[in-house]
Write a protein that binds this ligand. Structure first.
Ligand code: BGC
Length: 235
């Protein structure tokens, strides 16, 4: 990613499996307006999402540049995986297509990575876990991102991945109590792997966390998925 200074108005967009959120930020990443949201269209094809984003961008107001958090692996603006959206996303050039449709420069990163930028202190090993439709992970070392970690699709327990055990579908199936028990186990296992100084729990379902957390684990607001977007222009 080329170095550049942030401009006056950055439109931050957070694409999720159930909702797409947007908000305009100032140079320092502070909100300049209200958050706007629409439901993620189903089927969540590139065309349907791009239409929804164009609507949201209009509601959010004028901007000079755009940051997008995408729920999958993204390299140089091109999508590699999108397990909770539509198969047509694979190989889709989201940055260029959106830039053409919005008429502004666009940078795209993984949604958990952006949540992380909004949450971390920049010191030591920091792990961010997002709880929503999927199970997102982001790892930072002294503020430097290890991009596209994708821990959610790694084996966790009972021959299932973290996402299969802790994604929204699992939460709805097993209920909050059991999900919290699983979450504790997941935190323990991930801590064993990364020995993180801090672990942050974000995402839309973090509000359902109701268990005693280790001292180095905290819950962060889901708005970080938008606020962290400014970091893509300050890298
Ligand atoms: C995706 C990740 C994403 C996470 C949260 C997972 O299914 O593979 O890239 O960060 O969901 O949206």
């Amino acid at each position: 990613m080329a170095k550049s200074k942030s401009k006056d108005r950055t439109l931050a967009i957070d694409i999720g499996g159930s909702g797409i959120k947007a908000m305009v930020l100032d140079r320092k990443g502070r909100p300049l307006g209200d958050r706007v949201r629409v439901q993620t269209p189903q089927p969540a094809t590139p065309e349907a999402l791009l239409r929804a984003i164009a609507d949201l961008a209009e509601q959010a107001g004028a901007c000079d540049q755009v940051s997008v958090g995408f729920p999958g692996v993204v390299r140089h603006g091109i999508v590699s995986t999108a397990v909770n959206l539509h198969p047509n996303w694979v190989e889709f050039d989201l940055a260029s297509t959106l830039s053409e449709s919005l008429g502004q420069p666009v940078r795209v990163a993984n949604d958990a990575d952006i949540q992380g930028f909004g949450a971390i202190s920049g010191q030591g090993v920091e792990l961010v876990i997002t709880l929503g439709t999927g199970f997102g992970t982001a790892l930072f070392v002294d503020g430097k991102l290890v991009p596209n970690l994708e821990g959610g699709h790694h084996p966790f327990r009972k021959k299932q991945t973290y996402e299969q055990q802790l994604g929204r579908a699992a939460l709805e199936k097993v209920g909050t109590k059991k999900w919290n028990k699983r979450l504790k186990k997941a935190i323990c296992k991930l801590q064993h792997l990364f020995n993180a100084d801090r672990i942050y729990l974000g995402g839309g379902e973090a509000k359902k966390v109701d268990c005693e957390l280790p001292k180095n684990v905290s819950i962060v607001p889901n708005i970080n998925g938008l606020l962290g977007g400014i970091a893509l222009w300050n890298l």
